[in-house]
Structure formats: structure tokens, C-alpha cells
Write a protein that binds this ligand. Structure first.
Ligand SMILES: [Zn+2]
Length: 215
């Protein structure tokens, strides 16, 4: 990738954007910033304070592709970045006009090549889950971390995505003690009537295995 279009991106020592794949064997969460150390950070305006910033007790795995079913669009920058920054150019695809008023975000997205971009620090509330319920608690955004995988219901996720996701999850489990391994769910698990993501091809056993036996 060439020059970053975002002056506030964290650049690594090679001058490239943030965490690229292969990502480090551990992904550490900086306790001061609540961000993945070294990751590209593009702050989304679609976020606010959690009601209780010490209650981070759920990890929600999502999948997104823009336009649906397509990966990696946007002149070297992702349309997913654009969506979370409210910068999606509706002239680029007819689908984008249908979501022009969406104000959403996730804490982070893991792209097909395993690279990770963060949009909201983990101590703040990202707008990813919508109407949702986990173990009889509603408003899951209040107490959860939302991570998007670039993907869809009909194509398998990549090896690089599983590696980065498991390393991120391990870092989050270390950083936020209320977040247990049993509290990692899919968006479809907390909003089953509205959502299918991360979809039938997401391999939960593989994620659990890689968490147990990190590579
Ligand atoms: Zn979702």
C-alpha cells in the first residue's frame, strides 16, 4: 500500500500501515489507550462512552463485505473503513446509497490478508450489535467488544484471519478479566432474528483450538 490517506494512522517502522500479516505472536492491548499496540487506528465518530467502562465482558464476532460478497474494494482503501468513518461514497456502488444513513462502527476489522484496523478504543462503546440479547442482558453494545471479519456467508474465512482473530482474542482475554472464553459469540447468537453473521462457514472450533494452542 502506498501513502496513507489518513494522517492520523499509526505507521510502523517500515512506513506501512499498522498491524499487517503475519501479525506478532501476541497482540497486546495498550492499557493506557485500550488499543491494539501498533495497530492502524482510524477513529470512528460512531462511538460513545460505555455506561460502565469497567464492564467489558463479551466479544462479538461479525462479518462484513462491501459491496456484499466483494472484498478489498476502494482504491487501495477499504469501503469498510469508509463506512465506519461515515465517508462511504454513494456514487461508487448502488448498494451504498441504501446504507448512506447508517451510523455504525466496530472496535476493529480483520481483513482477508489478516491485517487489522482499529476504529474505537475498547473502553468506549462501538455501535455494532444493534438490538441484541446475551444471557438475558439487552443492549450488548454497552458491555461488548465488536470485531468484524471481512467476509460473508458464502465464502470461507482465510487462515490469516483466524490467526489474527485468535491472537486478538487472547490479548483481549488478558486485558479484560471479565471477558471469559465462554463469552465469545457471533452476532447471529445475540440477534438471531436479524443477523446471520459471521455465518455458517465461520469455524468456531478452529477459533477455540487456536486460542487453546496458539501458533
Ligand atoms: Zn454483525
Amino acid at each position: 500500500m502506498g501513502e496513507s490517506r489518513y494522517p492520523n494512522s499509526v505507521m510502523d517502522s517500515d512506513g506501512r500501515d499498522g498491524v499487517s500479516f503475519p501479525c506478532p505472536p501476541t497482540l497486546d492491548i495498550d492499557p493506557a489507550t485500550h488499543c491494539v499496540a501498533g495497530a492502524r487506528f482510524l477513529p470512528s465518530p460512531n462511538a460513545d462512552d460505555r455506561p460502565d467502562s469497567s464492564d467489558i465482558s463479551l466479544l462479538v464476532v461479525h462479518a462484513i463485505s462491501l459491496p456484499p460478497g466483494e472484498f478489498g474494494g476502494g482504491d487501495g482503501q477499504s469501503y469498510i473503513d469508509d463506512l465506519f468513518l461515515n465517508q462511504l461514497d454513494t456514487a461508487k456502488h448502488p448498494y451504498f446509497a441504501t446504507i448512506r444513513d447508517l451510523r455504525v462502527s466496530a472496535h476493529a476489522c480483520i481483513f482477508r490478508d489478516g491485517s487489522l484496523t482499529q476504529y474505537v478504543s475498547f473502553d468506549r462503546r462501538a455501535w455494532h450489535a444493534g438490538e441484541s440479547t446475551f444471557e438475558e442482558r439487552t443492549r450488548c453494545n454497552d458491555f461488548s467488544i465488536g470485531v468484524e471479519l471481512e467476509g460473508c456467508d458464502t465464502q470461507p474465512f482465510t487462515d490469516a484471519q483466524y490467526t489474527t482473530l485468535s491472537r486478538l482474542a487472547a490479548g483481549l482475554l488478558r486485558a479484560y478479566p471479565k471477558l471469559g472464553r465462554e463469552n465469545i459469540v457471533g452476532h447471529a447468537d445475540i440477534a438471531p432474528l436479524r443477523k446471520t453473521d459471521p455465518g455458517p462457514l465461520f469455524d468456531w472450533q478452529r477459533l477455540r483450538f487456536e486460542l487453546e494452542f496458539p501458533r
